[in-house]
Design a protein around this ligand. Structure first.
Ligand code: DHE
Length: 584
């Protein structure tokens, strides 16, 4: 059953939830939002791996509050898990304000205590009144912030080489495909909380392999030849999986840092499968590795100056990385300095990097349909940045008109009136924005937001279509309303008109999954190779049943519900053919 909506349900989202601020005094009279009220706040990075490290209390200063080593360790864990995503590992500020001791000591214990307890209407979560932190934990954190922060260890070449394992040497690997799997239509599915991926056959829906990967595994990318699959966990572990083996398995692995989110492989003609690259949140760096073995070759720190203020930032995290199809370059998003790096991999000894001034807090993005332009979200600034990967230059920076754009890799299609466009949905409101991507054929529309319309509600993470499809799918997994977060909006592309809000159909994917227990969220549409089916993850908690729901793209009817007790917390899905060719 599908429901038609002419008017989107509005869900109040606070874009301000992104901006944690310690500027104003805590306003106790105003009821702050709970953390869960703002999907943007709930989506802040959690440094879960860093939270496990052992730290020492840094050198004491006069007037330091008394804190035992055990309390300091607990404070560090809470800080890395709950606070570092916004305020930075070193407390120098990121999307949130700095919490260095010159500031926290000026404000004092009482101020910090009530700020943590009550939060602020501007977006600081009310950790105390929401019950997320106990009174003892708040007291601990208020004292903890008065002490100097611990510096987590660096992770350089010796650490990487120590962690690096070649499990099957290139010469011992098969010389031809040893299985009957249609690799191009395989889906690599993130099983987030299991620290595994499932390889699901796109033709038969059969789980062909479950492979152990890093902790809280995040994304998969595919080598240019289509043979190797690269998976990265939040603990910065990269697995390189050979899909030609009888049962696909890890042939090499490495840890590239302590917290990471992105991995990619070289795609330029003549450089296929030559290199892999992974970027980390901590330490702030990227590493270029051998594409056959993951041997680390070159580590480059991203510490440096913010593009506009030109002040030093000690921990600019590496967000999305894409491989250029036009030049032998990796495109590296550096979040906090707002720089996009074009890293030329032809000569690692004499590394050439083009550093583009973009915008701050770069997150995710993808290529336009010609693969020439990289379009990426500076999400905390509500901007899209466009890079010409052929010329190696900034093309445009455009405000999306919405709150916190979150495109994933985005969606390319030809609008009946407006020509070729790339679409993003938003985390902070219900809008979908279309940016014109055809500077030759539709020069007036190029790099402008040509249309904006409403989908289901805020809390959207991903949007998807396929060159063979006439539909645009928009999810809303972080919407606070359970029904909305388990549904998906579908727009018919051929019906779209300039200046007119398109209607959409709601697919009750969660309901179709037939899961009785829990409150699963529906996340990340992904097409099969042919562009005839779209797959959704029905993402439940770890101890509850989850599923993958497959929808027929032509009829929008349910085609298959994939259930298997091994499918624990499925989130991202990466079709080999589409991911490899940047088809989205
Ligand atoms: Fe992701 C992509 C970072 C939370 C699912 N995520 C990305 C990318 C980055 C990123 C930088 C782009 C990688 C690239 O293209 O090279 N993600 C982060 C975070 O910092 C954040 C907000 C919090 C954290 O602590 O990690 C975060 N991400 C999540 C989730 O909670 C999601 C929904 C579920 C999960 O599996 O963890 C999630 N992120 C994804 C997916 C992609 C992704 C599925 C790839 C989308 C694609 O189509 O390419």
């Amino acid at each position: 059953m599908t429901i038609r909506f002419t008017q989107a349900r509005r869900v109040l989202m606070s874009s301000a939830a992104m901006a944690l601020t310690m500027l104003a005094a805590p306003a106790m009279a105003e009821k702050p939002k709970t953390h869960a009220d703002g999907p943007a706040a709930a989506y802040q990075p959690s440094m879960t791996t860093l939270a496990e490290i052992n730290v020492e209390i840094p050198g004491r200063k006069e007037g330091d509050p008394v804190m035992t080593q055990e309390e300091f360790q607990q404070g560090t864990k809470i800080y890395f898990e709950r606070c570092a995503g916004c305020h930075g590992v070193l407390r120098k500020g990121a999307t949130g304000k700095p919490l260095t001791t010159d500031i926290t000591r000026e404000n004092g214990y009482e101020y910090l205590h009530s700020f943590i307890t009550y939060g602020s209407p501007a977006g600081m979560p009310n950790w105390g009144t929401s019950g997320e932190l106990s009174e003892e934990q708040i007291d601990l954190m208020a004292r903890y912030l008065l002490l100097e922060p611990p510096a987590p260890p660096e992770f350089g070449m010796p650490e990487m080489r120590n962690s690096w394992k070649v499990l099957v040497k290139p010469e011992d690997r098969p010389t031809q495909k040893m299985n009957d799997i249609d690799i191009e239509n395989l889906m690599s599915v993130t099983l987030r909380d299991a620290g595994e991926i499932a390889l699901i056959d796109g033709n038969t829906y059969e789980v062909r392999a479950i492979i152990k990967t890093g902790y809280a595994v995040h994304i998969s990318r595919i080598s240019a030849s289509g043979r190797y699959l690269f998976v990265i966990g939040r603990d910065a572990k990269v697995n390189m999986i050979d899909m030609w083996m009888e049962t696909p398995a890890t042939v090499a692995e490495i840890k590239v840092g302590m917290e990471a989110r992105s991995v990619e492989t070289s795609k330029m003609e003549g450089w296929e499968d030559k290199y892999a690259i992974a970027g980390s949140y901590w330490p702030p760096q990227y590493v270029i590795m051998d594409g056959d073995t993951l041997e680390p070759k070159k580590i480059v720190s991203t510490r440096g100056n913010i593009y506009d203020e030109q002040t030093y930032h000690p921990e600019p995290r590496v967000a999305a990385i894409l491989a250029s199809h036009y030049r032998p370059e990796f495109i590296v998003n550096v979040k906090e300095t707002g720089k996009i790096l074009l890293v030329d991999y032809t000569d690692l000894k004499n590394l050439k990097t083009t550093e583009i001034e973009a915008e701050r807090f770069l997150h995710d993005g993808g290529l336009d349909s010609t693969h020439r332009y990289f379009i990426t979200a500076a999400n905390a600034r509500n901007k899209l940045v466009v890079i010409d990967t052929k010329e190696g230059k900034l093309t445009a920076i455009t405000d999306t008109g919405g709150a916190t754009p979150h495109p994933g890799r985005g969606a390319n299609f030809t609008h009946p009136d407006l020509g070729p466009v790339w679409a993003t949905s938003h985390l902070g409101d219900e809008s979908v924005a279309l940016i014109g991507t055809d500077p030759e054929g539709h020069a007036d529309n190029a790099w402008k937001i040509v249309q904006s319309f409403e989908a289901l509600g805020g809390g959207s993470l991903f949007i998807k279509t396929h060159p063979e499809s006439n539909h645009l799918y928009v999810d809303a997994p972080l919407n606070p309303d359970a029904e909305t977060s388990s549904s998906v909006a579908v727009f018919k592309i051929s019906d779209m008109k300039a200046g007119e809000a398109p209607e959409y159909t709601v697919l009750p994917i969660g309901e179709w999954a037939g899961i009785a227990d829990g409150q699963p969220r529906v996340v990340q549409p992904e097409f099969n190779k042919q562009g005839t089916e779209v797959w959704f993850s029905v993402w439940n908690s770890k101890d509850k049943e989850s599923a993958i729901v497959v929808v027929d793209d032509k009829t929008l009817e349910l085609k298959k519900v994939i259930k298997d007790k091994r499918l624990i917390t499925p989130t991202g899905k990466f079709n080999v053919f589409n991911t490899r060719g940047d088809i989205y």
